[in-house]
Design a binder for this molecule. Sequence first.
Ligand code: ATP
Length: 311
Amino acid sequence: MTAATTVTVRVPAKVNLQLAVGPAREDGYHELVNVFHAVSLYDEVTVRRPDSAARVSGISLSGATGSDVPQDSTNLAARAAELLAHRIGYRGGVDLGDLVDLRIHKAIPVAGGMAGGSADAAAALLACATLWNTGHTVSELAPLAAELGSDVPFALMGHTAVGRSRGEQLTPLTCTVTLHWVFALAHGGLSTAEVYRAYDRIRPQAPEPELSHALTRALEAGDAAAVGQALHNDLQPAALDLRPELARTLQAGADAGALGGIVSGSGPTCAFLARDGEHARELAAELEWSGTCLRTVCAHGPVPGATRTQG
Ligand code: ATP
């Protein structure tokens, strides 16, 4: 069998069904109970052995990237490729361009609270492990993923899971229903660090975070209406403090009959739960008509994490 020269990995966005944020720790991170849920909105990362005759410089981007995604070694996918190369002692070269030619097609909104950068890092880890035939299983890649960022291990794992500590210590959760979502995208992004700073200002004495049993029961029972009721994000007041206009988006979703609505992660994307696929399309149309968002995207979950589609 000849080794693949091109590998493509598809990787989902996440929405947080519960994000409980505890006090800031000494290392600067917050103690979290973070219920991740992977949805069918995907970035695609393709890695290729560099072709010295027609060398492109490291990273090319396509899709909904905006101007905010770095095209140098600070891109999280590039950092993932470099970390794996370093760990296995790969001798392909010293620069990213010598290691791998990296292409990222983005559909996950940038700086939208849906962990797009983390998703690309997870995809790059899996794609490079395949390209370089390192023999790593997905669970063996998880510790490297956690070094790259708190949300990266979940992007490898997918489905629904609770992340503790800073979100990287994952335990799968049972979800017996397909949940249909509408994501209301906003103009511009929000910096996660800035949202956490606002959180610390608004809530200086945060209690220890606890998993919502109303949520886990609703997921196990497959009761979408109860999931909608149990959605909760401690970062929402901070995101609203920085972007007060998101309150109008949330209200528009509630008025349109969503089963529940929250700011996704650190925002500014808002997530609305629908009864089924048709209800999601209706909600999306109402939200667009309300003029309170840039555009909408429908997706469902849970879906698997990073998955190889070529190579
Ligand atoms: P977080 O996971 O921190 O909550 P987010 O989901 O809100 O973040 P991302 O799309 O991951 O947002 O982007 C956050 C920042 O990371 C961007 O503004 C960008 O500068 C940087 N970044 C680095 N690599 C990538 C990448 N591959 N895709 C998107 N952004 C990236």
